[in-house]
Structures are given as structure tokens and as C-alpha cells.
Design a protein around this ligand. Structure first.
Ligand code: HAM
Length: 435
């Protein structure tokens, strides 16, 4: 749209409308997430979209990009400093503590779905409001949980038809071994300060692990030869990591070790992972385009977070996936839905009386849980048949004046053009048999 014609009101920068034509993608993903979540014994939780800002500065970490640069905060009329939630883990941990879930049988397995907010620089697949689905397991220290969380995401992506998936995994140790690694890393970066970006010069002093997350080319060159945490893990973390990898081997999941994967959130201990999909950069000309990687999900273990937020010392592990990124890939690849609930029947009507009959009939189909499409506002049969054609239905039911008088419905088979009339009291049963 040209500048002069720019609309006065537009969706806020970096945010987006999810139009009716795209709802099917979100519904399909939600349905898959829910089915897999139930299969693995997760129960749904919903927390508010706003929380106390301090929950994130303490939980996610005050010097992380998410909190420092990207969090939407505001003062309420009562003077509280709230934040639009930038991520789901601290709120779920808050709810776990607040509702005494420590006294339930452990582990407590929770899943969630909803909008999140980060004031990031918008680009493909990155929005300022986006949907996430997440899984958290609280109250279990076993390495099999880490593998199960990864398996959950992998199953969802597989169910959705993704094939080119890569799991990157690393261990970032714990309070035993990480401080020494951080010190070593800090001296490594400090001695190469002049080759780092401005932000990383500061990070090298304050939190050298953050440097490993930097995408700047100059920094990437330095990172490539940086000391690796795997060489600094204490025996316990080392053994734990080995166990996670063994479980992944048993599950046949394709993972790659990435010694520099640290993730940009402060609460992680031991396992961290990300799941990527590799896609052609131009889906319309896949054979000639390059490949791009999309981070679809990320997560890890967080054994100190519950205590940090005021609860009893309780381990946790989880992850979250970005829904918009998945939708964009599904659209680009023109992925088909396995079980889309498209109506196979269209109801056409001719005359006012027929419209009234149709209203009643639609209700009967709804009660019988049979989807039926219609366009009651249209009067001409031609216009209605066009819609039926576009929807690709198998049958069109027609109620004209004759059918109203004779209390019948005409069934037209769209594949062979055959038609026959049937008593309207038997139509729902008949159609149930047919589809
Ligand atoms: P995260 O890596 O920040 O982790 O986000 C998880 C996923 O959300 C990313 O892999 C990406 O697909 C998606 N995502 C993140 N930012 C955006 C954005 N601006 N626009 C679109 N999609 C985005 C977490 O949020 C942690 N809470 C995960 C976790 C749960 N760790 C343990 N439990």
C-alpha cells in the first residue's frame, strides 16, 4: 500500500492478524499438541497474559535479551509493575508454587498454549506477539524426562508431517562445574576483546555464556575455537548428559551435539536443546534455492528455578515451540492435513419456506455431529452450486418449493450427477450412512 493510502489504523508493528483462512493451521497444530500431550500424561494449564515484571527479571534473568531488551512492561493504576509475558516457564513455576502442586504426586506434567510478547526486531517467523505451546515437567530429576520432553516435540513435528528435523543438544553443567567454565571462557574472550562486537565485550565480563549466543560474524569466528563446556562438566553432569544421549539413541532420535548451545535464558542447568527444521529458502522453487534453518522449539532442564522463585528445591525440565514458524513452513510446503474436518455435504435451498426448513435441518445435522456447509443468504441455485463446487463436497442436498410441499430433500451425488429424493425425516440417517 502506498504511503498516501496508508490506513490510519493498522495492526501494531511486528504483530499480525490470524485471518479465517489461516485458522485451520493453528487448529491442526493445537489438535496435534493436545493429542500428544494427553498421550504423554500432560495436563493443561493457563496462566494470565500479564505477570509481575519481577517474575521474569528473577526467573528468566535480568541480563538476558528477553528481559533487558524485549519485555513489554507497564505500570498499573495501582502502581504495580507488570509485564506482558515474554515466555511461559516462570509463570508456570509460579503457579506450581502458588497452588501447592509440590504436594501432588510428582512429577507434575503441564502443557500450555497461548500468546507471548517480545519487543524483537520483526523478521520472517519472528513476531512481537506470537503463539507458543509448551511442556513442563516439575518434580523429577531423572534424565529420562529430558529425553521424553524432546520426544514429545519430535512426535508433534512428525505428526504434522515435518521430515527434515535436527535436534541440537548440549549440557551447560550446574553450579558445581559451570563457574569454573565461565571463568575460563571469560579469560578466553577477554584476551580477544578487540575482535568482539560491542555488546559481547560487555558480555565477556558480565556473563561470557551470552557471547556464545551472539550471531555477529566477527564473534562467531572467535566462538568457533572457544573452550567447550563438555570438557569442564563435573562427573555428575557428565554422567547425566551421557544418560540423556543414551535415551535419545534408544528412541532413535537424530541429534547433533552443539558444544556452544547455551540458550538465551538464565535458568537452565544441565541439558539444553533446540529443534530445527531445514527448509528451501524459496519453497516455490525448492530444487534451485538454498536451505534455511528454522528454530521450531527449544528448552532444557531448570533444577534451580522453583527455589529461585520461592518454592521448595524442586527440579524441572521443559520446552516450548513457536506456532507461527510452524504455520509458515506448513503453508510454504503446502502441507496437507491428515484429518481436516471439511464438510462433505452442502445444503442448498430455494425459497423462503425452504430456508426455514434448512435452518431446522442444519440443527439436526449439528446434533448428529455431521458437518454441513450452506449459504442461506443466497437465493439462486447457481450461486449455491458454485460454492458447493468450490468446497469440493460429495453431496448437495436441495430443498426447493416442491420438496417443502412434499416434505422431502433431494440428494445430488456430485461425482456422478445422480439425484434422488428422500423423506426429510430420514435424511440425517441416510447421510450418516453415506459419508
Ligand atoms: P524460547 O527458545 O525463547 O524458549 O522460545 C521457544 C520457541 O518459541 C522458539 O524456538 C521459537 O520457535 C518460538 N519463538 C521465540 N520467539 C519468537 C518470536 N519472537 N516470534 C515467533 N516465534 C518465537 C522459551 O520460551 C522457554 N520458555 C522454553 C522452555 C520451556 N524451557 C524450559 N521450559
Amino acid at each position: 500500500m502506498s504511503r498516501e493510502k496508508k490506513l490510519k489504523f493498522q495492526v501494531p508493528y511486528g504483530m499480525h492478524d490470524i485471518l479465517p483462512r489461516d485458522q485451520k493451521y493453528f487448529q491442526e497444530i493445537l489438535k496435534t499438541v493436545q493429542t500428544v500431550a494427553e498421550f504423554y500424561g500432560f495436563r493443561k494449564i493457563e496462566t494470565p497474559i500479564v505477570e509481575n515484571a519481577e517474575l521474569f527479571s528473577k526467573g528468566t534473568g535480568s541480563d538476558t535479551d528477553i528481559v533487558e531488551k524485549e519485555m513489554y512492561t507497564f505500570k498499573t493504576k495501582g502502581g504495580d509493575l507488570l509485564a506482558l509475558r515474554p515466555e511461559g516457564t516462570p509463570p508456570i513455576v509460579r503457579a506450581y508454587i502458588e497452588h501447592g502442586m509440590q504436594s501432588l504426586t510428582q512429577p507434575v506434567k503441564l502443557w500450555h498454549w497461548g500468546p507471548f510478547f517480545r519487543h524483537e526486531r520483526p523478521q520472517a517467523g519472528r513476531y512481537r506477539q506470537f503463539f507458543q505451546a509448551g511442556f513442563e515437567v516439575l518434580g523429577e530429576r531423572s534424565s529420562v524426562i529430558d529425553a521424553e520432553i524432546i520426544q514429545v516435540f519430535y512426535s508433534i513435528f512428525e505428526e504434522l508431517g515435518f521430515k527434515n528435523l535436527v535436534i541440537e543438544i548440549n549440557s551447560i553443567g550446574d553450579s558445581q562445574c559451570r563457574p569454573y567454565y565461565k571463568k575460563t571462557l571469560s579469560s578466553y574472550f577477554k584476551s580477544r576483546q578487540s575482535s568482539l562486537c560491542v555488546d559481547c565485550r560487555r558480555r565477556a565480563r558480565e556473563n561470557p555464556l551470552r557471547v556464545l549466543d551472539c550471531k555477529d560474524e566477527k564473534c562467531q569466528r572467535i566462538i568457533k575455537s572457544a573452550p567447550q563446556i563438555v570438557d569442564y562438566l563435573c562427573p555428575e553432569c557428565h554422567e547425566y548428559f551421557k544418560e540423556v544421549l543414551e535415551f535419545l539413541d534408544d528412541l532413535g532420535l537424530p541429534y547433533q551435539l552443539n558444544p556452544y548451545l547455551v540458550r538465551g535464558l538464565d535458568y537452565y542447568t544441565k541439558t539444553v536443546f533446540e529443534i530445527f527444521s531445514t527448509e528451501p529458502s524459496n519453497p516455490d522453487n525448492a530444487s534451485e534455492s538454498g536451505l534455511v534453518r528454522h528454530a521450531l522449539a527449544g528448552g532444557g532442564r531448570y533444577d534451580k528455578l522453583v527455589k529461585l522463585l520461592g518454592g521448595k528445591d524442586t527440579p524441572g525440565c521443559g520446552g516450548a515451540m513457536g506456532i507461527e514458524r510452524i504455520v509458515e513452513i506448513m503453508k510454504g510446503r503446502k502441507m496437507k492435513f491428515k484429518n481436516g474436518q471439511r464438510p462433505k455435504i452442502f445444503l442448498a435451498q430455494l425459497s423462503k419456506k425452504a430456508k426455514r426448513e434448512s435452518l431446522k435441518l442444519i440443527e439436526e445435522f449439528r446434533k448428529a455431529k455431521i458437518p454441513i456447509a450452506h449459504s442461506l443468504s443466497k437465493d439462486s441455485l447457481g450461486a449455491q452450486m458454485k460454492i458447493a463446487d468450490r468446497l469440493g463436497v460429495k453431496y448437495v442436498l436441495i430443498i426447493g418449493q416442491k420438496e417443502v410441499v412434499e416434505k422431502e430433500v433431494l440428494i445430488r451425488d456430485m461425482e456422478n450427477g445422480k439425484q434422488r429424493s428422500i423423506e426429510n425425516g430420514r435424511i440425517v440417517k441416510e447421510m450418516k450412512k453415506k459419508i
